[in-house]
Design a protein around this ligand. Structure first.
Ligand SMILES: [Zn+2]
Length: 338
């Protein structure tokens, strides 16, 4: 057993579960509020930030996540040294998977993970482990994205055609991560061709990406209360809001803008209609079902715990393939021996 493990410790995985190692015993505890040594923050999306734990616990996270979490209102004290290995997960700037090494083998928690990431936010290959705790946001066999190269081609064609028609467009995506991903794809198509704008929140996260040398080109900041958009063709990067809200309806009426959304959720038939957009592309920062299976094969685990999204369905598939797998719901209370 490694030095860190022989002393025993507990680490909370984002918001949902704790790994406890003590005297050769390893437990995964869900719904537990026991005293913690460490809080692992895989990345700075709100559904992974544990507000109450952060103030009293040393955080284990990347420098990028530390800065982004602080910008999002979390008071974080980062551990200067910790017994863990962090691996790039390819999801957003600074996103990491956590590897805990023990005598029985590694325990890997993926956080949110992407197996077809954008070039400047890569994923590291994960090692073989004893226990895998994997996200399952797209853990249903039917949830498969088109090949990345094909999808990017379709996006570029659609946006270029919209520009040729002289139509302005609102490019909608989650302001941290997704919008930067879309800008990395479309900057070469749109910059210098039409005027480009970003919402204030997207501008703020763009600055952090640039701070860590991830290239996103500068754009004008558009604030609905105080900015004007010109007539003619332009592109506005904006958070994923309903195309039916009052501001978006005004933009539609006044400028005839085309609303384009970028989300893995657009795999679901209801998505475009529910969001009130003209076009939706399944550009995701998560692994699809095949990507999740790729990680399971890569890590060759003896046990798999699935969390987020479709944990029951993904676990069922894994059991069908012969894996020992159990789903985890963040709301449940349970302990599992690892
Ligand atoms: Zn995320």
């Amino acid at each position: 057993m490694s030095a860190a493990c022989s002393k025993g410790f507990s680490v909370k995985l984002d918001r949902f579960a704790t790994i406890r190692l003590r005297e050769g015993e390893a437990l995964l505890k869900i719904g537990s509020d026991e005293a913690l040594n460490y809080l692992f923050i895989s990345h700075a999306h709100f559904d992974h930030l544990g507000k109450s734990d952060a103030r009293r616990t040393l955080a284990v996270c990347s420098e990028e996540t530390l800065l982004l979490s602080t910008l999002r209102g979390l008071e974080v004290k980062r551990a200067e040294q910790n017994p863990f290995i962090l691996l790039d997960s390819g999801h957003i700037l600074g996103s990491k998977a956590l590897l805990v090494e023990t005598d029985m083998g590694g325990i890997l928690y993926t956080g949110d993970v992407n197996t077809s990431p954008v070039e400047s936010i890569p994923r590291q290959r994960f090692p073989r482990v004893h226990t895998l705790i994997i996200e399952s946001n797209y853990g249903r066999p039917s949830l498969v994205f088109p090949p990345r190269r094909q999808l990017i081609g379709e996006i570029v064609d659609y946006v270029s055609e919209t520009v040729r028609k002289g139509r302005p467009m609102v490019l909608m995506g989650y302001p941290l991560g997704k919008s930067q991903h879309v800008q990395m794809v479309l900057d070469p198509v749109l910059q210098g061709v039409v005027e480009t704008y970003v919402s204030p929140s997207i501008a703020e996260y763009n600055n952090v990406y640039r701070l860590f040398s991830v290239g996103i080109r500068g754009k004008k900041v558009f604030t609905p209360q105080s900015s004007e958009l010109p007539d003619g063709s332009w592109a506005l990067y904006y958070p994923n809001v309903s195309g039916r809200n009052a501001f978006m309806q005004l933009v539609k009426r006044k400028y005839g803008a085309v609303f384009i959304s970028f989300s893995g959720r657009s795999l679901f038939n209801w998505y475009s209609e529910a969001l009130g957009v003209d076009k939706a592309f399944p550009l995701s920062d998560h692994a699809d079902f095949n990507g999740l299976m790729e990680i399971v094969r890569e890590t060759s685990p003896e046990r798999v715990f699935t969390v987020h999204g479709f944990p029951e369905e993904f676990s069922r598939e894994l059991r069908r393939l012969g894996y020992d797998s159990k789903p985890i719901r963040p709301s449940m209370e349970a302990s599992f021996r690892l």
